[in-house]
Design a protein around this ligand. Sequence first.
Ligand code: PRX
Length: 669
Amino acid sequence: MGIHEADTAAGTGEALENLSDEIRRFPPSPEFAVQANAKAELYERAADHEGFWAEQARALTWETPFTEVLDFSAAPRARWFADGRLNAAYNAVDRHVAAGLGDRVAIHWEGEPGDTRTITYAELQGEVSRAANALVALGVDTGDRVAIYLPMIPEAVVAMLACARIGAPHSVVFGGFSAEALHTRILDAEASLVITADGGYRRGAAAALKPAVDGALAHGDTAVRHVLVVRRTGQDVGWTPGRDVWWEESLAAAADVHEPVAVEAEHPLFILYTSGTTGKPKGIFHTTGGYLTQAAYTHRVVFDLKPETDVYWCTADVGWVTGHTYVTYGPLLNGATQLLYEGTPDTPTKGRWWELVEKYGVTILYTAPTAIRTFMKWGDGIPAAYDLSSLRLLGSVGEPINPEAWVWYRHVIGGDRTPVVDTWWQTETGGIMISPLPGVTVAKPGSAQTPLPGVRAEVVDEAGEPVGNGRGGYLVLTHPWPGMLRGIWGDEQRFKDTYWSRFPGRYFAGDGAKKDDDGDIWLLGRVDDVMNISGHRLSTTEIESALVSHPWVAEAAVVGASDPTTGQAVVAFVILRADAVERADEPGEGGDVVATLRGHVAAEIGPIAKPRSILIVAELPKTRSGKIMRRLLRDVAEQRAVGDVTTLADTSVMELIRVGLNQPGRDPM
Ligand code: PRX
């Protein structure tokens, strides 16, 4: 299972002992509460679990209404609204146009260099229809998989919706992943077409994307027949005639009318790869009716969306689940006007985000704690130079937000006015699961607090028994929910083993959690071999496999060490092969080995996976059964006293590591 009880914060339960006395409380303001979409009675209504979700599902437009709600007879594979049929793109776009809202802005887009585009719902309908026709013309059928590897440009949203329009599940791969990572994902999903761009703008420069697609396809073993290429930067691209097609040309040749394909509610909408506890990423797949229900409902109640007046901004990249549920699907299903920004927060200045908030009058901002902590570090003076008074709600996602960052966010960005919602969920859950309801919940900085109406969660001990208030354990979800993953693409057994075997009958999230004295939930981080770097999931094993695939490396162990900005940072301990050791021993060469290995990880997975530090060691601490004791390595990585070593096979190992690290030139931290 990959859970190390002794390794976990949940195992010790200490993290919050000292905090409980100082928990601050932020009651909702009466002005906010009175206009809030969410009311306290929602919790009562959800007592009828299926009735509640059926009501939420009816907010979508169904081509064939469902009569069945939940079928969990083939647990853990759930079926929701299974006899209903609908189309995701119709729901996200066409129905708003049909309701007379075609002139409403769907997307305000701002490129990093400052170029802009404004796209109304009517225009979006035309674009998505053209793209759907173009896909069909290139041979994509309902059920075929399409890989999307794009920067944060409107075409990313258009491409996803075009796939959904023809019922072709999309698999978006984050643009920061390498050719190798892209290759594995294309292969696993057996994608027949890739949508990419020449490049995108990041940190003031054009960053190429197309070469990674060419590299991925150069393996020659994929099912890809065509690559659709959006021209964004104008940089030169390699071209394979017959295979590669310009997006602009193929859309120009396509009609702007397309009949959306109504699919069964359980038809797969997308696959999204995420890191698990093994070296192989998991293709989490979501289906149509249930996922859309949860996306629309959570987006409406958690963000209090008022589609007529709000300007909503979720800063996530479409390559992550947050970009799926809260950029593409949730807001568009609700007819929102949203901002999409291509670039990084510090380009051209560290005030870029706040300039955008002021320029577009952003009212709702949803981002990650790592960004918030970065802004804290840059100083209050930067946001203070902009008018942020349009903001009325702030959200956080991706990792636990420390109370200091929460309070700073509300104070400096939210002008002490805005509710802050700390939203816990996962790629697997499809949408937000645990979060305060703005206008209802008395917020506690640092805690995601309460399962949303319709969600049932528990914190359980080792034996699966619910823990009492004031105690820690493992977070489980006890009832099926519409947005839940339907499986791991092509690996039913792994789906069962990973999520459903540790606590039979319940979904195990992989997170440690604690209930405070009021029963509110505090997330304590992962209890498995999954790390969370800047809100992005990476697996220790995946990076270890990347390291050992290098000819110099004999063995590697990777841990996530606490990092004040990114939450966790990757620290690798590497044992070199004898010939490489000689290299490392030459003066000045040690650094070269480290730089080479960091570069190798970036090439195998992507720059986000690059270890912050690589420590060359002679031994790794292992138990008698040969399991690496990451807990001890974390102690070393975080430079604190090494904990209990009694279960080590060889207790002198930690001393060896310590001595080795103290040699000059050997500790790059
Ligand atoms: O550990 C939890 C953490 O992120 C994990 C899910 O990662 P991913 O599938 O990449 O999805 C991220 C965006 C939803 C969880 O298992 N996590 C996410 N949100 C929070 C969080 N931890 C604490 N508090 C949160 N609000």
